[in-house]
Design a protein around this ligand. Structure first.
Ligand SMILES: Cc1cc2nc3c(=O)[nH]c(=O)nc-3n(C[C@H](O)[C@H](O)[C@H](O)COP(=O)(O)O)c2cc1C
Ligand code: SF4
Length: 437
């Protein structure tokens, strides 16, 4: 079933003419003509959950914003910085007006008079497409008079995808996460009530208005309604974005849509929801899991941003672990200790394992470091490293141990490690040798 990807490759869909000819902006016009609470009811009834990572119900979050006359904000999170995730890029590039229409409907539902699209700096060409679409929509009178709608280009930092860091960045400050509560719905941008949603989440609003929330809720599973655009990458023959009905078996996405691993290879493991999700080994049981929020959570991982990264049996797990840890170390904003220090420690320990200087006990220490990071950080960037790293040690401990053993057997100069044994002692400069005679 194609909802968001329906006609996605239609030439010119990014222009107002083609979009409007397909019924574009009919739903926003209908929405702004009815009471905001009625629109909110439809969003609530749809059960649509956030597509940016946390999977929180969109209508519920929107209902947390206070009612009444005051400045309210809607922010569309187009930062898309989670490794393996590239669905918002395609959606915005090919169908920018659907996102603008989704923003207009959602802003009306919560009474927001200001809306911002925060797009990552690296998506410069997509931002140009959005700019053009915004100008067309405004010139044609599709953006209601009471709604100020801006596009803001970020400077390119993973942490600016985290909703509160994004708000700081929008306000012109350094993008550091804020302490929650207060949550943005109550106190967000410029201290005002703010609804923040992902691009794909907001793009569902016009579809919900067209089919009605209750009909939308019939698609997918009871608790994961609708479709999901899944980015599939890594060791597959046909990487790309695929729209699936939530609850589709993961095997169908990896094999039928993305072509499975290269000829002769088997799946060692996969990240089901971007690089911050715990990996699952490529067993039949895991591949048969329905791709939905709750089934994946029950299996000890998460759907996250909906990005499957496949790792085949030719790839050493240590390399996957190192790459993951180094990314999060680099992107940590440094504001809180478990994340700042823990990501760095993890990389250093992985480097010791790589050089053959570690012992199996070090694996236990690494696991305990991850335990101390999880749940102890200001935002979940720390957890985003600790969860996949811990899962790799859990599922592939024997591969880490085999690497250590191999390195210890084949490294002849083990005593030259930084703490590995006595070096020749040098005479301290400027200290006279005592005359003991
Ligand atoms: C480190 C970090 C990075 C994030 N990056 C993104 C991102 O690039 N895009 C996004 O939509 N959500 C991202 N999120 C999730 C947002 O904080 C927030 O939950 C989301 O924008 C809410 O929208 P949704 O409810 O529609 O999913 C990130 C979260 C964290 C902790
Ligand atoms: S968890 Fe990491 S990224 Fe998040 S606030 Fe703490 S140091 Fe910054």
């Amino acid at each position: 079933m194609q909802l968001l990807f329906k006609d996605i490759d239609e030439p010119g869909l990014n222009t107002l003419d083609v979009y409007a000819a397909r019924g574009g902006y009919e739903m926003s016009e209908r929405a702004v003509g009815i009471h905001p609470d009625t629109v909110l009811e439809e969003l609530l009834a749809s059960g649509v959950r956030g597509r940016g990572g946390a999977g929180f119900a969109m209508g519920k979050k929107a209902s947390f914003l206070p009612k009444g006359e005051m400045d309210k904000f809607l922010v569309c999170n187009a930062d898309e910085s989670e490794p393996g995730t590239f669905k918002d890029r395609e959606l915005m590039q090919k169908n920018p007006h659907l996102m603008i229409e989704g923003i207009i409907i959602s802003a009306h539902a919560v009474g927001a008079n200001n809306a911002f699209i925060y797009i990552r700096g690296e998506y410069d060409y997509v931002a140009d497409i959005l700019d053009a679409a915004l100008s067309e929509a405004k010139a044609a009178g599709h953006v209601p008079e009471g709604l100020n709608l801006w596009l803001h280009r970020g400077a390119g930092a993973y942490i600016c995808g985290e909703e509160t860091a994004l708000l700081d960045s929008l306000e012109g400050k350094r993008g550091n996460p804020r302490l929650k509560p207060p949550f943005p719905a109550v106190q967000g941008l410029y201290q005002g009530p703010t609804l923040i949603n992902n691009v794909e989440t907001l793009m569902n609003a016009p579809l919900i208005m067209r089919m009605g929330g209750a009909e939308f809720a019939k698609i997918g599973t009871e608790t994961s309604t609708g479709t999901k655009v899944v980015s599939v990458s890594g060791c597959v023959q046909r990487p790309g974005n695929y729209e699936i009905v939530l609850g589709t078996p993961t095997r169908e996405i990896i094999f039928d849509l993305a072509g499975g691993p290269p000829e002769g290879r088997t799946i060692k493991c996969f990240f089901p929801g971007g690089s911050s999700s715990p990996v699952l080994p490529g067993t039949d049981e895991n591949l048969d899991l329905p791709y939905d929020f709750d089934a994946l959570q029950k299996a000890g991982t998460m759907l996250g941003s909906g990005a499957i990264i496949v790792v085949d049996d030719s790839v050493p797990i240590l390399d996957v672990c190192m790459k993951t840890a180094k990314f999060y170390r680099h992107e940590s904003c440094g504001k809180c200790t478990p994340c700042r220090e823990g990501t760095n420690w993890t990389v250093k320990m992985l480097e010791r394992i790589e050089r053959g200087e570690a012992t199996p006990m070090d694996l236990d220490i690494m696991v305990s470091i991850q335990d101390q990071i999880i749940g102890n950080c200001l935002c979940v960037l720390g957890d985003a490293m600790a969860m996949p790293v811990a899962s790799m040690i859990k599922h592939f401990r024997s591969e880490f141990e085999a690497h250590m053993e191999h390195m210890q057997l084949h490294t002849t100069d083990m005593s030259r490690g930084p703490h590995a044994g006595p070096y020749d002692l040098l005479e301290p400069v400027g200290v006279a040798t005592p005359d003991l005679g």
